[in-house]
Design a protein around this ligand. Structure first.
Ligand SMILES: *[C@@H]1O[C@H](CO)[C@@H](O)[C@H](O)[C@H]1NC(C)=O
Ligand SMILES: *[C@@H]1O[C@H](CO)[C@@H](O)[C@H](O)[C@H]1NC(C)=O
Length: 292
């Protein structure tokens, strides 16, 4: 074997070694879940996206789900430009269907807050015993008691429109049993516990869809805002990773950034050739031409 041949064979084995993960494993972090594109800070599994979001938003069998202590909610879409995530609640009432619900709450430590567009309407509340009808002075007398938000009187038309929906009008409820919460914050613990509030069900929407008087066409669901970090900056390492078709993730005891590349390999920067790999070596330019 001459020197040139030996060199060539060595090169081939290095290439084979570097390509091995692409034969045995595919990209562990996906860039979509069903038909929803997945980008930072969301991820499709453990080690993908941002660790703060991973426990709340997960992808299972092509379904993206937000989990809080009150339940699991299908994610309907994500507006990455405006940093808004839209969810639906299967227990929520709409113009088409009313049903009992326990309510909706965010976890106090979740990296989400209600978007200003979200309007909650509590339905069929007890006018004699629900705390939402008590004077706020009475409630704040005991400072250890959670301050309950009061109904928004300017929201009365919303109650009229909703109560005129066929499904709701069948219940024949007095309009006084309806309460609009806006802006939604649900107090310091983000709780809407309908049992505590003594209401039977609720409705939530985030847009009149241009037709305020036509509740059939309102966009029902819940809009939540999210922030990347305290300065709300998109991590630059992640944007270069995504530009190279990688998916941002994290690994190790300190949740350090990894870029999960299409060939299954993880880098500390991006998936362009010459990117620094986590094992310290570099990809050989042109490997795809030689092996493919
Ligand atoms: C790459 O990182 C992801 C996310 O942390 C992890 O699930 C996967 O096992 C890693 N792959 C390799 C080949 O190290
Ligand atoms: C305030 O409420 C808590 C629990 O509901 C109760 O234990 C406490 O005695 C109340 N304090 C006063 C001053 O009423």
């Amino acid at each position: 074997m001459d020197v040139a041949n030996f060199f060539y064979l060595t090169l081939l084995s290095i290439i084979a070694f570097l390509n091995l993960p692409s034969l045995t494993s595919s990209q562990s972090c996906k860039n979509s879940c069903g038909n929803i594109p997945i980008k930072y800070p969301f991820g499709t599994g453990l080690g993908c996206g941002d660790p703060r979001f991973q426990k709340y938003v997960t992808c299972n069998q092509d379904k993206l789900t937000l989990t809080t202590h009150t339940g699991c909610y299908p994610v309907t879409s994500i507006d990455y430009n405006n940093q808004v995530i839209y969810i639906s609640d299967p227990s929520m009432s709409t113009c088409a269907c009313t049903q009992p619900s326990k309510g909706f709450s965010l976890d106090w430590d979740a990296p989400f807050s209600f978007h200003d567009d979200t309007v909650f309407t509590l339905l069929d509340c007890s006018t004699t015993s629900s705390p939402i009808y008590l004077a706020s002075g009475y409630i704040s007398e005991n400072s250890s008691t959670t301050k309950v938000p009061q109904c928004d009187r300017t929201g009365a038309p919303i109650c009229s429109f909703l109560y005129s929906c066929r499904a709701i009008s069948l219940l024949n409820l007095p309009i006084s049993t309806c309460c609009v919460y806006t802006p939604v914050d649900l107090g310091p613990s983000f709780e809407m516990d309908l049992q505590k509030l003594q209401c039977t069900s609720y409705s939530g929407f985030y847009s009149f869809n241009g037709q305020e008087s036509n509740p059939d066409n309102w966009k029902y669901g819940i809009a939540l805002k999210y922030k990347f970090n305290v300065y709300n900056e998109y991590p630059s390492s992640c944007s270069s990773c995504e530009r190279s078709n990688g998916v941002c993730g994290y690994a190790g005891a300190y949740n350090t950034f990894v870029c999960n590349c299409a060939n299954g390999l993880n880098t500390t920067s991006d998936c362009f050739f010459g990117g620094a790999f986590n094992h310290g070596s570099r990809l050989i330019p042109g490997q795809n031409g030689v092996s493919g």
